[in-house]
Design a protein around this ligand. Structure first.
Ligand code: HEM
Length: 166
């Protein structure tokens, strides 16, 4: 667990040294730091650390690809809190302690897709300001355990084409 401890201390000292930083700001981890600590880790922890948080400026389509089975393995075999929104993997391990909606909701989606649930409670601005810095990769095929219920405006289903207007 040496690496995890190091990562947390690094994050804390970083946020202490930057006034406008919050405690869940994650540093962009350096490859040398990863390899020098990687030998102390169990296999599944090693796997999680291959995907550190990436720079805010990196476009989604340039994020490293994390196969669905890796998302699943990491989530069941380690204490990392990875969730998937619109095929982007977010590492919420540290962020859950600061999440205004509490940690339980996020924990209930570990290793799962929760796109529609996320968009029920958040705006694009929330994602840009708080979510973007938690991105670690992109993926495909991770399942949402719940089907999105149909949404209605009055008696009309949202998004339904109104035949009378055609
Ligand atoms: C990338 C992951 C996430 C980020 C960055 C994030 C960020 C935030 C932020 C910034 C707020 C405050 C919103 C406000 O001020 O109006 C919030 C509230 C909330 N979030 Fe999240 N969230 C994440 C994941 C989730 C997930 C997966 C769920 C569960 C579906 C969830 C459920 C909620 C709820 C229920 C609230 C409280 C809403 C309210 O009080 O009106 N969040 N989140």
């Amino acid at each position: 667990m040496g690496w995890l401890r190091l990562n947390r201390e690094h994050a804390i000292s970083l946020s202490a040294s930057q006034d406008n930083s919050t405690s869940y700001d994650k540093p962009a981890l350096h490859k040398d730091a990863i390899s020098s600590h990687i030998e102390h880790l169990h296999a599944d922890e090693t796997e999680t650390r291959l995907y550190p948080a990436v720079a805010d400026t990196l476009p989604d389509d340039q994020l490293p690809f994390i196969p669905a089975h890796t998302v699943l393995n990491v989530s069941s075999g380690s204490s990392r809190i990875w969730i998937v929104i619109d095929n982007i993997v977010y590492d919420c391990t540290d962020f859950i302690f600061d999440h205004p909606g509490g940690s339980t909701v996020i924990k209930s989606f570990v290793g799962k897709d929760c796109s529609w649930q996320f968009w029920r409670f958040h705006t694009r601005e929330h994602m840009k300001e708080f979510g973007r810095k938690l991105r670690i990769g992109r993926t495909e095929g991770v399942k949402n355990p719940f089907k999105e219920p149909a949404r209605y405006v009055g008696l009309r289903r949202l998004g339904e084409v109104d035949k009378e207007w055609d």
